[in-house]
Design a binder for this molecule. Structure first.
Ligand code: F6R
Length: 237
């Protein structure tokens, strides 16, 4: 696991795990420790969350920790990385729905503490809503732990290669490879939205800790590139 777009103050470390389940348990334990410490101090924990296949095991483990080991998530505040645009909340393709079905409906995170970019906005409302998303993160003192996957193009959230290092939450156009990768879930590439709302590279890498998780042989090439970019302090290309 590593962060592919290093900032000058960022230290990166790549760790290999024998299985995805072991990696998920490791990251869940780190979240568990932080949340319990913050709860004891009466303070919130701010988590940045991803969708997709990568974090499923992590969310399953967080649900287990909540149900079996008393992990109280009532003070946790979440910010999701992205959402297709346009997208209704009820759609089977929405990240809003996916996050509720996969995690939020099974734990005690307060609904008012859940933030997901809003795929139902009118185009002329987008810029103000994106600025407000950033303002809310800043008002809480920033993200404590950010969970990331990585796409085959090397995207983090929907920041495709070439996204500026100082980018913020905004509307973006999706790469054709990214749309092709999503085609199965949408019953064909022609149904995949061309746009998405995404947190920016800077919004993500300002988090105090970033766990970029990647599983499977098909991710090996891009993980190698990302790790090399991290080691050389350069952008991912
Ligand atoms: C999802 C997201 C994406 C995914 C990436 C990997 O919120 O931001 O960047 O993390 O596309 O997807 P999976 O995990 O399905 O391989």
């Amino acid at each position: 696991m590593t962060s592919p777009h290093p900032l000058p103050h960022t230290r990166t470390r790549t760790v290999k795990f024998p299985t995805a389940a072991v990696a998920a348990r490791y990251v869940a334990k780190e979240i568990d420790k932080l949340v319990r410490a913050r709860n004891a101090a009466g303070k919130p924990t701010v988590l940045g969350l991803a969708t997709g296949s990568t974090p499923v095991g992590l969310y399953r483990e967080l649900i287990r920790l909540h149900k079996d080991e008393g992990l109280d998530l009532s003070r946790v505040v979440t910010f999701n990385l992205d959402e297709y645009f346009p997208m209704t909340r009820e759609s089977q393709h929405s990240y809003f729905r996916w996050m509720h079905e996969t995690l939020f409906n099974h734990v005690n995170i307060a609904p008012e503490n859940i933030h997901i970019p809003d795929g139902t906005l009118k185009p002329d409302e987008v810029d103000a809503a994106c600025a407000e998303y950033e303002r809310k993160i800043a008002a809480l003192g920033g993200i404590d732990i950010q969970i990331l996957g990585i796409g085959r193009t090397g995207h983090i959230a929907f920041n495709e290669p070439g996204s500026p290092q100082n980018s913020r939450t905004r509307l973006v156009t999706l790469d054709s490879i990214t749309r092709r990768d999503a085609a199965d879930g949408f019953f064909g590439e022609k149904n995949v939205p061309h746009h998405a709302l995404t947190m920016g590279v800077a919004s993500i890498l300002e988090a105090r800790r970033v766990f970029l998780m990647a599983f499977g042989e098909h991710k090996a090439g891009i993980v190698y590139k990302a790790a090399r970019a991290g080691a050389h302090g350069s952008h991912l290309r």
